[in-house]
Design a protein around this ligand. Structure first.
Ligand SMILES: Cc1ncc(COP(=O)(O)O)c(C=O)c1O
Length: 343
């Protein structure tokens, strides 16, 4: 009988957030409360006519749009089936057969899982005051250092000077900055690592799953040096990003007013959500993302209590932070549900 490779036994599979009965009550997966741009459905319908053709392997139209937007060479961009695919490609290319990764503890779970799949060594550096301990992480001689900025599941973000210092001192061969939530930052001291990626000094991951609301279509991208992109191209499956997903991403990028509306809604409702929870007696970690992490002495009681009101949230114990609950910024109706539940 065939058996899995022995190191796979140590992996706890990823546990996705559960959906509530209603979309308004679903606050477990950091999805867009306003959905995708209406232009996306039109673009997907139009692209469906080409469903019998293989997709463009490198998503050239999308890459050109992204290159223009980030003022970067298209050959420094790789589009993937969500940023999760790109995280796997990095692990296969740079961590398999004796590699070493460093990440925060708790980490974004796919950084951990992909490293463990290729039997890499993984060093977890505990957070300090809910943020990455960048100085301690920089000191570790690894192949890849994963920094999630803003962090999932805490929502904390790093300042420009902290990122610069990290990039300067980092002993890992490659710093990967996962910026899935960067569109939701409003602290002027926080920053993107895109200039570092442009110079080939780091890799940046972005996703269309959050502000663009395309979680169900699976599109993300990596920006890095041309050499890294070329290496990952040799590893990837050629048609991993479907024609519909590519068309949707282009349409989403071109609808800047919708992106702005999602950002506005998220920032406004994040403040209201934080206040609501604070008024109800909970400590909330100040967030720069589209969710908040709430401290709860009885995590199960809070999760179950909200579930009784038709609200699904993410138990912190499934994210490596027991004694907390992660709540995504909801719709306006979702917020009323929460208000009733907490009241
Ligand atoms: C930090 C982080 N990176 C990546 C992802 C996944 O992105 P995608 O849907 O593009 O695979 C998530 C999703 O929750 C995330 O929190």
């Amino acid at each position: 009988m065939i058996r899995p490779r022995p190191w796979l036994h140590a992996i706890h599979p990823y546990r996705p957030g559960s959906h509530a009965v209603t979309a308004d009550g679903s606050m477990a997966s950091n999805e867009s409360p306003l959905g995708a741009s209406p232009q996306v459905a039109l673009a997907v319908a139009a692209a469906a006519g080409a469903a019998h053709h293989y997709p463009d392997p490198l998503a050239d139209t999308l890459r050109a749009e992204l290159a223009h937007r980030h003022d970067i060479d298209p050959d420094q961009i790789l589009v993937g089936n969500g940023s999760d695919e790109l995280i796997y490609l990095l692990a296969w290319a740079y961590l398999a057969h004796g590699g070493h990764a460093v990440c925060a503890d708790p980490a974004y779970r796919m950084d951990e899982i992909s490293s463990m799949v290729v039997d890499a060594r993984l060093t977890r550096v505990p957070l300090r005051r809910w943020t990455h301990d960048l100085d301690a992480m920089a000191d570790i001689d690894a192949d890849i250092a994963y920094v999630v900025n803003p962090h999932n599941p805490t929502g904390t973000a790093h300042t420009h000077s902290a990122l610069e210092r990290f990039a300067e001192n980092c002993r890992a061969h490659l710093a990967v900055f996962d910026e899935a939530y960067i569109d939701f930052t409003d602290d002027p001291d926080t920053t993107t690592a895109m200039p570092l990626a442009r110079e080939g000094r780091a890799a940046v991951l972005r996703t269309f799953s959050k502000i663009h609301g395309l979680a169900g279509l699976r599109v993300g991208y990596l920006v890095a040096s041309k050499e890294i992109v070329e290496t990952l191209r040799t590893v990837r499956a050629p048609f991993s990003v479907s024609t519909l997903a590519q068309a949707a991403a282009v349409a989403a990028l071109r609808d800047e007013p919708h992106r702005q509306a999602v950002r506005r809604h998220t920032l406004e409702q994040r403040t209201v959500l934080t206040q609501l929870l604070t008024d109800a007696g909970y400590q909330v970690v100040p967030s720069q993302a589209n969710f908040v992490l709430v401290r709860a002495t009885d995590e199960d009681a809070l999760v179950d209590g909200l579930a009784a009101h038709g609200i699904s949230v993410r138990p912190g114990s499934t994210l490596g932070v027991p004694g907390t609950v992660r709540i995504s910024v909801p719709t306006a109706k979702g917020l009323s549900l929460l208000q009733q539940a907490l009241g």
